[in-house]
Design a protein around this ligand. Structure first.
Ligand SMILES: *Cc1c(COP(=O)(O)O)cnc(C)c1O
Length: 398
């Protein structure tokens, strides 16, 4: 049986049909079964912050493998302590909870919001409304899915948690209208990723901060995709200068190893009391070592700055291509090394995606009709130029 046949016979159908096998990867490139090389500007969907098989990352992970892989949260380990310290250093005064994925990190934020609502109202279930933005994405578990205001994500999974309501992204008034005294929290992505890379406006995030302050509610940011240096700063919200009460991270902070995290400001860090939350694998020494290797490499090589610089180069190139093919490309947008191209109705993103792959460039579909560029943070000028060249040529051929 081929790999594809095994997938079709033995795995559940939740991912839809797939046919492209990746065998190995290095830096900004992946290789298929036949050894053909592709420029990977999907980065495992914003996961491979250091690119594939980064030497220092591998070295750290290998040495942690020899040392200690897992010992449960009944005990303390140095990598867990060091990672929490490093994240607080990068984010600000507060506390960390470690888990294994983005959706789990958001579940923890949702629980935090409910604890906050119960504490300030004095009654469980009284102040429990959570507002999120339409077209946002927060994950696939039941809490995160309720936070994700997209029909295609929620369809089939009723009952959806009833305490969520949805405003329009970049329209603070729509949030204000929904924000009553029962508001526990507002949760948004500073840059919406899955729906096509839409950056928030500074005004929008500042207004949400005000609404939360007025209603004694928590402002929560989902930095799972836009965080970890991709925006040009460690966090996208630092780029906007708006401070949340808590935030979630995952994807890029492991550099390929599964890990998620939430940061909670000092003021709200006592909401989680002993026994109120937990995880078996979260904070295991191997994941923490992998994440520490990412943070170390990011700071040593100033990768957030590189993301800003290469993001600008990519944006300029994409704008030029968009002007060249106005019949095919509607617009291009993004922040730092998180960019997208939105097509006109004449081009289907799935068709563009396969044509690009045939020409050696891997991108990720997003939203109704766009493609995302999420290359490693250490991508080079020449790799950006090569990607632009392939993109230009392929769009011309469509
Ligand atoms: C990917 C993503 C998630 C979910 O992360 P998983 O690790 O897939 O659970 C949540 N929020 C945002 C913004 C994401 O991009």
């Amino acid at each position: 049986m081929t790999i594809k046949e095994k997938y079709e016979k033995y795995t559940l159908g939740n991912f839809g049909k797939r046919d492209f096998v990746i065998s190995r990867a290095s830096g900004c490139h992946v290789f298929d079964e036949n050894g053909r090389k592709y420029l990977d500007f999907g980065g495992g969907i914003a996961v491979m912050s250091l690119g594939h098989s980064n030497k220092n990352w591998i070295k750290t992970v290998k040495s942690q493998l020899d040392e200690l892989v897992h010992c449960s949260n009944l005990y303390l380990t140095k990598p867990h302590a060091d990672l929490a310290e490093a994240l607080v250093g990068l984010i600000g005064k507060g506390r960390i909870f470690l888990c294994n994925s983005g959706t789990e990190a958001n579940e923890a934020l949702i629980k935090l919001a409910l604890l906050h609502g119960a504490k300030v109202s004095g009654l469980e279930g009284k102040k429990c409304k959570i507002l999120t933005a339409k077209n946002g994405f927060h994950g696939r578990t039941l809490g995160s899915l309720a936070a994700t205001a997209q029909e295609k994500i929620q369809k089939g999974f009723s009952p959806i948690l009833p305490n969520f309501e949805y405003g329009d992204f970049n329209d603070a008034d729509s949030f204000r209208k929904l924000a009553g005294e029962d508001l526990a929290a507002i949760l948004v992505e500073p840059v919406q990723g899955e729906s096509g890379v839409t950056p928030a406006t500074k005004e929008f995030l500042s207004e949400l901060r005000k609404i939360c302050d007025e209603k004694n509610a928590l402002l929560l940011f989902d930095e799972v995709q836009c965080g970890c240096g991709r925006s040009g700063k460690f966090l996208a919200c630092q780029k906007y200068g708006v401070k949340p009460d808590a935030l979630s991270m995952a994807k890029g902070i492991g550099g390929g190893f599964p890990i998620g995290a939430i940061w909670v400001s000092e003021k709200h860090s006592e909401l989680f009391t002993p026994g109120s939350h937990g995880t078996t694998f979260g904070g295991n020494p191997l994941a923490c070592a992998a994440s520490l290797a990412v943070l170390k490499e990011m700071s040593k090589r100033n990768l957030a700055k590189n993301a800003e610089k290469e993001g600008r180069r990519l944006a300029k190139g994409l704008e030029k291509i968009a002007r060249k093919y106005p019949d095919k490309i509607k617009l291009t947008r993004g922040l730092g090394l998180m960019r997208s191209v939105l097509f006109n109705a004449s081009v289907k993103n799935s068709d563009a995606c396969s044509a690009l792959r045939k020409n050696g460039l891997i991108l990720i579909p997003a939203g109704a009709n766009s493609l995302r560029f999420l290359p490693p943070l250490n991508v080079s000028d020449s790799q950006v130029d090569s990607a632009l060249k392939i993109f230009d040529k392929t769009i011309g051929e469509l």
